[in-house]
Ligand binder design. Structure first.
Ligand SMILES: [Fe+2]
Length: 231
């Protein structure tokens, strides 16, 4: 059971367009970890800075929940737009987690942490496959709806696992400085991360070679998005 230790975010602003949050306002810390409520719906991901990678991740989760809620009450065109947003934003989110947060599990907890990390990577691989499935069905409304609902169930389960187990664990084993630096790196590298699922991409042995490969894939995806008007 995760203790209700967690944290108080130390916060500052680096200026527009990043929003300065005086406190986390999208959820609460409970004895089971973090309880995250949906943000108010916006089409664009609200960029935010907390000086803490955990809050940065939770803020994304809060926004995903608002997109999923909206997807139950919208037109089919809007639903397709939401699916395209989910593909890009959840892909980049999981890349950031894999490169900048999950490695702490192994570094701080050794074999036990590595087992947790491998389980998370396996779940994220499944999410990538579901995203690919969604991308294949953009021209088939019935199939897209089905893919979206399967993805929604998996995403919610994955977020809840992170909010109740993985992130509270990281809050206990990482220093405030490590979490601040991790968030800073996330904000800087996010635009260069892959925005489409590539299920062939290596998930282990993350290092300089992997990061360069990932950034090349991210650049190719950016060009692909620009050409298709999917920014
Ligand atoms: Fe996450």
């Amino acid at each position: 059971m995760v203790e209700n230790s967690i944290h108080t975010a130390t916060l500052s602003s680096k200026g527009a367009p990043i929003v300065h949050h005086p406190k986390r306002s999208f959820g609460e810390t409970t004895e089971k970890g973090y309880k995250v409520e949906p943000l108010e719906f916006t089409w664009n991901r609200p960029e935010a800075e907390f000086q803490n990678a955990i809050d940065y991740i939770l803020h994304d989760h809060a926004w995903y929940r608002s997109l999923l809620l909206k997807s139950h009450d919208c037109t089919m065109d809007e639903k397709k737009r939401i699916c395209r947003i989910l593909v890009k934003e959840t892909m980049q989110h999981s890349e950031l987690e894999e490169q900048l947060l999950w490695p702490f599990l192994k570094h701080k907890l050794g074999d036990e942490g590595e087992r947790i990390r491998e389980r998370i990577l396996s779940d994220e691989q499944k999410l990538r496959e579901l995203l690919q499935d969604m991308e294949h069905h953009f021209d088939d409304s019935f199939a897209l709806e089905k893919s979206l609902r399967i993805f929604e169930a998996e995403l919610v389960e994955s977020m809840e696992e992170e909010e109740t187990v993985t992130l509270p664990t990281l809050a206990k084993i990482c220093s405030a400085e490590e979490l601040r630096e991790a968030e800073e790196s996330m904000i800087k590298s996010r635009p260069y991360e892959p925005s489409h699922p590539h299920t062939w991409a290596p998930q282990k042995d993350l290092g300089i070679g992997f990061n360069k490969l990932n950034q090349i894939v991210g650049m190719v995806d950016s060009v692909r998005d620009a050409l298709s008007g999917n920014q």
